[in-house]
Design a protein. Structure first.
Length: 472
């Protein structure tokens, strides 16, 4: 389907449902403003989606609480990437099961990636019958309508509303209640076409679809105008941005256009699939005014045999060539990555190739995961002779090596001048917490008035994974 047909605007109908809900809440709660507890699991995409759910809940007349005992509505935005992500959400649902009887008016919403899995709705109906509304990742733009319908059935034991539409959409103009005042997320695309053999995301988030550049630029400009300083463009693989749009545009071109917007801000983006990271992309970063000199480039592992089994479509040679090209164009570039340890059949020798690769690249930090089989993905069918204990041993070895690398990279920063964003106060010391382009924390002594500004600091000392500096 052409991408412009996928655009679903949050329109007057949904705003109308918000008003109706507001009326119902007024009758039910009187002067008291009912509260929602929102818990988000998973990646930045989910954090961003939760900000949209909060925006809509705010329009309905709710306020928010961090205390789930105090809530009238509970919303769990779930993740399905690994078993432990699922267990966390299920554990919390178990908690609700215990309090449900004493709180018959509690309204429970389940949304996010877990709700898009095969047969999950049936399971929830049986195991967690107190859930009032299940809403898939493709239906967020209809949230007020679905909420309204489900809220009217709050006392019914059967016949609660369960929705999980499978049509890929591009939601636009949803109200957003952002968590931060300096940092913001902007989705540039949704879904994924890569089907890495271990990964559930393409099954729960649907096919790749990009937002129109004009919609992204408008949202981005309004963020800069409102004082946001650190804006992250989101997509499962931002490097394939633009495919299928009427206009011929790719991700580097989108970056060029955003970089032209006047103001004092940084652009970040994630995630970049290495197979689609091009010389053009590194060139745009190098020549930009606003793009952070940081790239998160998940390599996953250092063995070519395993990379092939993972369906990552690059080998270690290509990856290392891209990294050295990027470093030659952007000498102060910080690199970070994701690593999966214990992919089915990965031998200890192959794991050691990962250690060799991270020693060569010297990432400033890593997100490391033990492989978790996901039903329905090809890797879940592969023979997996190594047990959890062996995989845990390996991940600890990896973490130890990475700790050393991070520490040495921080040491090498001492004596350098860097531009950082002053973000807030470190509660223990009262120091100002700043962040480099590469996401490394720098603590300095300064007045709190500088929070929210970009400042130049001299790095005077280093800790394991953070830095101490002074204002220049
Ligand atoms: N789209 C991004 C990553 C999304 S998921 C990308 O391709 O880089 C974030 C990370 O979770 C992945 O990079 C991978 O390292 C990890 N991951 C995904 N599926 C996993 C699984 N089944 N088990 C363990 N880690 C997994
Ligand atoms: Fe998953 Fe691969 Fe898509 Fe990333 S690129 S979301 S790891 S399938
Ligand atoms: Fe999890 Fe969905 Fe993100 S599975 S990692 S929340 S896209």
């Amino acid at each position: 389907m052409p991408l412009d047909k996928l655009i679903c605007k949050y329109d007057m109908t949904q705003a109308g449902y918000c008003l109706k809900i507001k009326e119902i809440l007024k009758n039910k709660f009187g002067e008291k403003i009912p509260k929602v507890f929102v818990k988000t699991y998973g990646c930045q995409q989910n954090v961003s989606d939760s900000e949209k759910y909060k925006g809509m809940l705010f329009q309905m007349g709710f306020s928010f609480t961090d205390d789930q005992d105090d809530a009238d509505v509970i919303l769990f935005n779930t993740c399905a990437i690994r078993e432990n992500a699922e267990n966390k959400a299920l554990g919390n649902l178990g908690w609700i099961k215990n309090i449900e009887k004493s709180k018959p008016e509690l309204f429970v919403i389940l949304c996010g990636c877990m709700t898009e899995q095969e047969n999950i709705i049936e399971k929830i109906k049986i195991i967690y019958p107190f859930v009032n509304l299940v809403i898939g990742t493709h239906s967020a733009h209809k949230f007020p309508e679905l909420f309204y319908k489900a809220y009217q059935k709050i006392h019914e034991k059967n016949g609660r509303v369960f929705v999980s539409e499978k049509t890929d959409i591009v939601p636009e103009e949803l109200p957003i209640k952002r968590d931060g005042k300096l940092k913001a997320f902007v989705s540039v695309m949704y879904g994924c076409n890569n089907f890495c053999s271990y990964c559930i995301v393409p099954y729960v988030r649907g096919r790749e679809r990009s937002r129109r550049p004009e919609d992204i630029i408008e949202e981005f400009k309004s963020l800069v105008d409102s004082g946001y300083k650190d804006i992250t463009l989101l997509g499962q693989n931002v490097n394939s941005y633009g495919k299928g749009l009427d206009e011929n545009i790719n991700f580097p071109e989108l970056l060029r256009r955003l970089d032209k917007i006047e103001g004092d801000y940084k652009i970040r983006f994630m995630t970049s699939h290495p197979k689609d990271a091009t010389e053009e992309l590194f060139g745009v970063i190098a020549n930009s005014r606003h793009i952070a000199h940081h790239i998160h480039l998940p390599v996953q592992c250092g063995s070519d045999r395993i990379l092939k089994l993972m369906n990552r479509k690059y080998d270690t040679k290509t990856y290392l060539e891209k990294v050295s090209y990027a470093k030659s164009k952007i000498p102060d570039l910080t690199l970070t990555s994701d690593i999966i340890v214990g992919f089915p059949g990965e031998t200890y020798e192959e794991f050691k190739e990962t250690l060799e690769l991270i020693t060569k690249v010297r990432f400033s930090s890593l997100f490391t995961f033990i492989y978790s089989p996901r039903t329905g993905t090809p890797a879940a069918e592969m023979p997996d002779p190594f047990d959890k204990a062996e995989k845990t041993k390996r991940i600890l070895e990896l973490l130890k090596l990475q700790e050393e690398i991070s520490k040495n990279l921080c040491k090498e920063m001492v004596g350098k001048r860097v531009r950082v964003l002053a973000e807030g106060i470190e509660p223990k010391s009262g120091d100002i917490m700043c962040r480099t382009d590469g996401n490394i924390i720098v603590q300095i002594k300064a007045k709190k008035e500088i929070i929210g500004s970009f400042i130049d600091v001299l790095i005077t000392d280093s800790r394991n994974e953070s830095l101490i500096g002074k204002l220049i």
